[in-house]
Write a protein that binds this ligand. Structure first.
Ligand code: ADP
Length: 522
């Protein structure tokens, strides 16, 4: 026994063939035995010769690496103690000692850090004369393999998590045999359980609606030629009845040598996006229909107003025409005739405003632009709209030689609107009109000392029908005047703006370029 033990120690340095017993194999030559010993000594697996009860007899170099930290490697040592579950290993040894080989059992070798090293154990009984006299154990360290498998499993889990989050999946098609691999995410996108459908290009095509099946095959062929074909989107009714939209894209897959080895594909459930787009389209269509309807109502309203205004023009002109006769016939009735004239003029202005708006909206305005002096033209407007003498209720700061290029009527209307508003909204304060030339523009301003207009409302002032809330308590109005003034000024290629703050009055300014007098509009 002592001798045997000494021999056992030498195995690590030299060849030892625990699985080969020369006595049971008379054909073995010394050479063959030497080869075998060398192979065992160089093996990656731990090869151990054991007593039937698990006592260590001989071991190779790999055994020291795999078991060395777990058990003292010396002849007679109980090998079961090297494992985290020694009883389980003893049971396997017992099975082998009874003559039954044990193949590829997973065991765990105790490691110093206590985590255990996974290994695979194979036991072969060595019998002579029907009696098991020794066991050969081969132990393969699979810790790296297990680690790699665990890493792969983690990577796959991460991919699945990412795919699930992105509602997407991937597939691969091999260039050589056209076999396909589908990721778990791809199964989920198509509402399938893995194993339900064998992955293949044909099976994938079957998941698409009939008209798009050929397209997928064409996309794959294109990718195999190295091109990235346009992606496709298809509708699908899932096995549970849900309707989904799937986006499919493929691209060539290149090997390390640059050759095309297959096709990689991505499928993504884009139902949410498609539904949002559809909802948006529907909403847009509804909005368009509503806008059309509004436009129609608006144009009917405008037409109606224009007709009414047109019809009122005659009677208003008749009333105003009769006023001088009335004054002559009954001069003592002035207190009755004055309000008639005032109201008829007011009505006449409203009628003209409405007709102007209708003409401007229909683009039926023809402007005869002439060059005229600003001062007398502005003075006329002030006399008509404010009345009284200069300096009392109004002032006019304007160089006598300042000329402007505008349609005369449009000028009167624009300035009239601004001056009229100053009178209406600013009460008794002075209405200040000024005009001057700035480069190639003539600038005309109307300022008052009234309540002014809050900044946030100013952007709406030039819109038709807009009135500052509360204006109706101050003065009657239609909300048209400024929008008409703006359109007239813009037709001349000019701009109009307001500068005002609550309590600090308002200054409306329009600028018109000096141009070539002539006809504008149609
Ligand atoms: P209207 O005077 O018929 O209401 P406008 O288009 O001329 O219509 O004016 C729009 C609104 O702007 C008026 O309702 C009024 O609220 C406001 N506004 C115009 N001019 C002045 C001003 N000088 N001071 C204060 N508010 C004004």
């Amino acid at each position: 026994m002592v001798k045997a033990r000494r021999r056992a120690g030498a195995v690590e340095q030299g060849p030892a063939g625990p699985t080969s017993d020369p006595a049971s194999d008379p054909a073995s030559s010394d050479d063959e035995r030497a080869h075998l010993r060398a192979a065992v000594a160089a093996a990656d697996e731990a090869v151990l010769a054991l007593d039937p009860d698990g006592g260590l007899r001989q071991w190779n170099l790999a055994a020291r690496r795999i078991l060395g930290a777990a058990v003292l490697l010396e002849p007679g040592a109980d090998v079961a103690l090297a494992f985290t579950q020694p009883d389980e290993v003893r049971r396997l040894l017992g099975r082998c000692a009874a003559g039954e080989p044990v193949r590829g059992e997973r065991v765990v070798v105790t490691t110093p850090d206590g985590r255990g090293g996974p290994a695979v154990l194979t036991l072969v009984p060595l019998a002579r004369g029907g009696v098991v006299r020794a066991l050969t154990a081969v132990l393969r360290d699979v810790s790296e393999e297990t680690l790699a498998q665990e890493r792969l499993a983690h990577a796959e889990e991460r991919i699945l998590r990412a795919e699930t989050l992105a509602h997407s999946g991937t597939f691969l098609i091999d260039a050589t045999d056209r076999t396909a691999q589908w990721s778990l995410g791809m199964h989920l996108v198509y509402g399938l359980t893995p194993g339900e459908v064998a992955p293949s290009l044909a099976a994938h095509a079957d998941l698409l609606p009939e008209p798009q099946r050929d397209r997928l095959a064409r996309m794959v062929s294109e990718a195999l030629y190295g091109r990235v074909p346009p992606s496709l989107e298809h509708e699908r009714t899932q096995p549970d009845g849900t309707e989904v939209w799937i986006h499919l894209a493929v691209a060539p897959l290149f090997g390390v040598d640059g050759r095309i080895v297959g096709v990689s594909g991505l499928c993504q459930d884009v139902s949410d996006r498609v539904r949002a787009e559809q909802a948006l389209q529907e909403a847009l269509a509804l909005e368009r229909a509503a806008a059309d309807e509004l436009r129609q109502v608006d144009s009917m309203r405008k037409e109606f107003l224009a007709t009414v205004a047109h019809e009122l023009r005659g009677p208003v002109a008749t009333v105003l025409g009769l006023v001088p006769f009335l004054r002559k016939r009954a001069p003592e009735q002035a207190e009755l005739i004055d309000p008639i004239e005032r109201k008829a003029r007011q009505m006449g202005r409203l009628v003209e405003t409405l007709l102007d708006d209708a003409r401007l909206a229909a683009g039926r305005v023809e402007l005869r632009v002439t060059r005229f002096a600003v001062r007398p033209a502005a003075g006329e407007v002030l006399h008509e709209r404010v009345g009284g003498a200069e300096g009392a209720a109004w002032s006019l700061a304007c160089p006598a030689d300042l000329e402007i290029d505008m349609d005369r009527e449009a000028f009167t209307l624009t300035l009239g609107n601004l001056v009229g508003n100053a009178v209406k909204y600013a009460g008794d304060g002075l209405v200040e009109v000024s005009a001057h030339r700035e480069a190639q523009e003539v600038v005309v301003s109307v300022a008052d000392h009234g309540p002014g207009i809050p900044l946030e409302l100013q952007e709406h002032l030039f819109e038709a029908f807009y009135r500052v809330p509360g204006s109706e308590q101050v003065a009657r109005g239609s909300g048209f005047g400024l929008s008409i003034a703006r359109r007239y000024v813009e037709l001349h290629g000019g701009t109009i703006s307001v500068d005002s703050a609550p309590g600090r009055g308002a200054r409306f300014t329009f600028r018109v370029p000096l141009g070539v007098p002539g006809t504008l509009g149609r």
